[in-house]
Design a binder for this molecule. Structure first.
Ligand code: BGP
Length: 474
């Protein structure tokens, strides 16, 4: 029997959570262009769980003052929002800026600052204005220019209210969803077009950073990436090679150009061999990318990636996909969050941070998302209506313990943001899985702090918690 010991985090550690405009704000009355999510729902409502769209979601646009108080009550000293491009530029993402959108975000950010909550502002979280998607979305240089104009407008309007900026949340997500795996509009299966969209996303990131540098803000600008450490099934060379290739596609593809300013040559060679390199790129694009890299890095960590060598031949007539080179590996004995279908592997957070320390110059980083979505949480309500989510508290503690170990091992980690604050809309899963520290009763929009929300407040006040550190393995 081992003993618990107090784990303490560095001073001024960022405790908070994150969400995004499309998932939490609701449409409101400010005026807003149609987004790809609204468009997709109109075309295929049956793709969304229980047919719930993003028109109301968590109605933050009307309730932000109450919500800022809830942030305080749940121990937040920082919080990540995204700024809606469609709201800022209601004429389809271009044209004249919307004074009502500016007023809303100024009010929200001021309210947060006055309550001691640092504003982490993200500029793009999957929410392309639909008309810009019609023009090619991230496959179009014009859309890159429109995005940079939107970003620059945000720097100008909100620069003195924002603590840190982020160009994108999970830029890989829309590439996978829109071009490879059919879970984002416009549901194209075409790797080469996806590679073009990925390239222009990376260019947009670099150009936004270039624009940011014109100002002399104290804040930094970076990017938030979804990263999973990749593990081969075994040390068999075929499994190791499979893991290397999966890692190139899913981890290094965005991490290297956005943080180091260069594309991994092994990935470029592989795409060239398979005629999948983007058609439109120039030397000057590559220079902009190499000169404008992230100053801070957000790590979204949910699950590890486990792969093995393929056991069957690829059908050469099928569309080119990363899975031509590996298969997912289901590790015997793995622990699952069955509601979301994601493996729970807290040690992965340590492995991920060590990779950033060892291979990315130990860039200033933080966990920008980590969390556990659970279906039918009403099951766990007590008579007062509070969700007693001990499973979430355990999930958070187990991950934080490994994060603490990473800090002990020299990783430059500045904070931890949970996904999410109040239950919010999860894209095609709508409100199926709940992630919040605060529960949401959808019909009434009533918010109630969960047991995990109380735990989070204590955690943030104490800047640590008791844990059996002898359980941790490196
Ligand atoms: C991340 C996204 C979030 C959020 C979260 C949970 O990938 O950045 O927007 O949705 O995952 O995933 P989901 O909502 O699909 O359950």
């Amino acid at each position: 029997m081992t003993e618990k010991k107090r784990i303490t985090f560095p001073e001024n550690f960022w405790w908070g959570s994150a969400w995004s405009a499309e998932q939490a704000e609701g449409r409101g009355e400010t005026g807003k262009a149609e987004t790809v999510w609204e468009r997709w729902y109109k075309e295929q409502p049956y793709r969304f769980y229980n047919r719930i769209d993003s028109s109301i979601t968590t109605d933050h646009i009307h309730r932000y003052k109450e919500d800022v108080q809830l942030m305080k009550e749940t121990g937040h000293n920082s919080f990540r929002v995204s700024i809606s491009w469609a709201r800022m530029f209601p004429d389809d993402g271009v044209g004249t800026v919307n004074p009502k959108a500016i007023a809303f975000y100024k009010d929200l950010f001021t309210e947060m600052n006055q309550n001691g909550i640092k504003v982490f502002a993200n500029l793009y979280h999957f929410d392309m204005p639909a008309k810009l998607q019609d023009k090619g979305g991230w496959e179009s240089r014009d859309v890159v220019d429109a995005y940079v104009h939107f970003a620059d407008t945000c720097f100008k309007e909100f620069g003195d209210l924002v603590y840190h900026w982020f160009t994108f949340n999970e830029p890989l997500g829309p590439i996978l969803g829109s071009y490879l795996e059919d879970f984002h509009y416009p549901n194209i299966i075409d790797f080469k077009r996806g590679a073009q969209a990925a390239f222009f996303t990376i260019l947009a990131h670099a150009k936004a950073i270039q624009a940011f540098k014109k100002y002399s803000f104290e804040s930094k600008i970076g990017v938030i990436l979804n990263l999973s450490p990749t593990f081969p099934r075994s040390q068999n060379p075929a499994d190791v090679q499979a893991a290397k290739i999966a890692d190139l596609f899913y981890t290094r593809s965005f991490l290297d150009p956005m943080v180091k300013g260069e594309f991994p040559s092994a990935l470029v060679d592989l795409l060239a061999q398979n005629q999948q390199l983007p058609a439109d790129y120039t030397e000057s694009d590559l220079t902009i990318i190499s000169e404008n890299t992230a100053q801070i890095l957000g790590l979204n960590y949910y699950e590890p990636r486990r792969v093995k060598a393929r056991s069957s031949a690829v059908n050469p007539e099928s569309p080119f996909l990363p899975e031509w080179f590996f298969e997912p590996h289901i590790m015997p004995g793995r622990r699952m969050n069955e509601y979301r279908g994601w493996e729970i592997y807290e040690k992965g957070i340590h492995d991920l941070c060590m990779d950033i320390k060892n291979n990315y110059g130990n860039i200033e980083s933080f966990i920008s998302e980590n969390g556990m979505g659970v279906a039918n949480e009403e099951r766990f309500m007590d008579e007062s209506g509070q969700v007693i989510d001990d499973y979430r508290i355990d999930f958070i503690k187990d991950h934080l313990a490994y994060l603490w170990l990473a800090i002990e091992d020299g990783c430059n980690i500045k904070g931890y943001h949970l996904w999410t604050f109040i239950d919010c809309w999860s894209w095609i899963n709508s409100y199926k899985n709940r992630y919040g520290l605060v529960s949401l009763d959808l019909p009434t929009q009533k918010r109630t702090i969960k047991k995990s929300g109380e735990f989070y407040k204590q955690l943030s006040d104490d800047n640590g918690f008791d844990y059996d550190v002898d359980l941790l393995v490196r």
